[in-house]
Ligand binder design. Structure first.
Ligand SMILES: NC(=O)c1ccc[n+]([C@@H]2O[C@H](COP(=O)([O-])OP(=O)(O)OC[C@H]3O[C@@H](n4cnc5c(N)ncnc54)[C@H](O)[C@@H]3O)[C@@H](O)[C@H]2O)c1
Length: 306
């Protein structure tokens, strides 16, 4: 776990609980990863997990990691958009990726730091890993938020709700209502259009709603659980179909860009990208979302060339 802040530390908690493997927390803040690592290690006897958890300020102890979850960077403050974090977090993700991949050349990288899609692209460019081994976490969280609100609305179990969310992680994300259902029953048959639109809006602003409550920092329980669901699917080769930010090479008519799409996630990382037939309206929304990601990536590419 690179970054031992709110998201990184909670990734460690979920991963330890699932006994996904030995965990190293890395952070620039001296003492923080060591202290949190020791604290979590001592949770093992109570919670019944048997993994090693350590903390460090350098990358040597992370050598030969199977998974690198990058959460290092700055979170949003009220009134800030994810994009406002671009330049500061670019420097952090670039440095972290360089150091981490130097000692773990065969790892699969899961990027969490915002602005998500652009940061996934930074990790991809810096690591020079194949595209299947650099994945961004956003869709699992966005669809979890969407599923939560739908389940609340209908008083059904969240487990019965499936939702498809495409596009970048931001205000332009595209929850595809047409393909979302409650145990196969289309949402459009269960919730009036007006209410559905309100739920879609709340999903789009799901992160900001939490930032507004917290005032300092942003969400971390659901984000960390989402990143660990992806890590678990890779480490245990579960082959779950999850919405992930993946590097597109022509899929959906988008080339050379990280955008959220449904992926099969297994031992090979992103093993398959599903290209669903979209309506004209959905396709336009996805292109708009991709254009917003492209703007950020252009800024970064300029910086990388400096
Ligand atoms: N993709 C998503 O859906 C999603 C969801 C939630 C949060 N996030 C993002 O995740 C990131 C982390 O959020 P958080 O709440 O954990 O923030 P946080 O401030 O609690 O933790 C960030 C940690 O990164 C560390 N750090 C800074 N520079 C570093 C470097 N160069 N190397 C190693 N560590 C470094 C800091 O010391 C800090 O401990 C933010 O960018 C946030 O916006 C993304």
């Amino acid at each position: 776990m690179i970054g031992a802040g709110n998201v990184g530390a909670n990734c460690a908690v979920w991963a330890a609980k699932k006994e996904l493997g030995d965990i190293v927390l890395v952070d620039v803040a001296e003492g923080i990863p060591q202290g949190k690592g020791l604290d979590l290690l001592q949770t093992g006897p109570v919670e019944g997990f048997d993994v090693s958890v350590t903390g460090a300020n350098d990358y040597a102890p992370t050598a030969n990691s199977d998974i690198l979850i990058i959460t290092a960077g700055f979170p949003r403050k009220p009134g800030m958009s994810r994009d406002d974090l671009l330049v500061a977090n670019y420097e952090v993700v670039r440095a972290a990726t360089e150091k981490a991949v130097a000692v773990s050349p065969n790892a699969t990288i899961i990027v969490v730091t915002n602005p998500l899609d652009a940061m996934a692209q930074v990790a991809f460019m810096v690591s020079k890993f194949p595209r299947n081994r650099v994945i961004g976490m956003a869709g699992v969280l966005d669809s979890a938020r969407f599923r939560t609100f739908i389940a609340q609305e209908l008083s059904v179990s969240v487990e019965s709700v499936t939702a498809v969310v495409l596009g970048g992680h931001g205000d332009t994300m595209v929850p595809v209502v047409r393909l979302s259902s409650v145990a196969g029953i289309p949402l459009t048959e269960l919730i009036p259009e007006e209410r559905l639109n309100a739920i879609v809006d709340r999903t789009r602003n799901g992160g900001a709603e939490i930032v507004k409550h917290l005032k300092t920092g942003s969400a971390y329980y659901a984000p960390s659980a989402s990143a660990v669901e992806m890590a678990e699917s890779i480490l245990r080769d579960r082959k779950k179909v999850l919405p992930c930010a993946a590097y597109l090479e022509g899929e959906y008519g988008i080339k050379g860009l990280y955008v959220g799409v449904p992926c099969r996630v297994g031992a090979g990382g992103v093993e398959k990208i599903y290209e669903i037939k979209l309506s004209a309206e959905e396709s336009t929304a996805l292109k708009k979302s991709a254009a917003a990601v492209q703007e950020l990536v252009d800024v970064i590419k300029k910086k990388m060339a400096e």
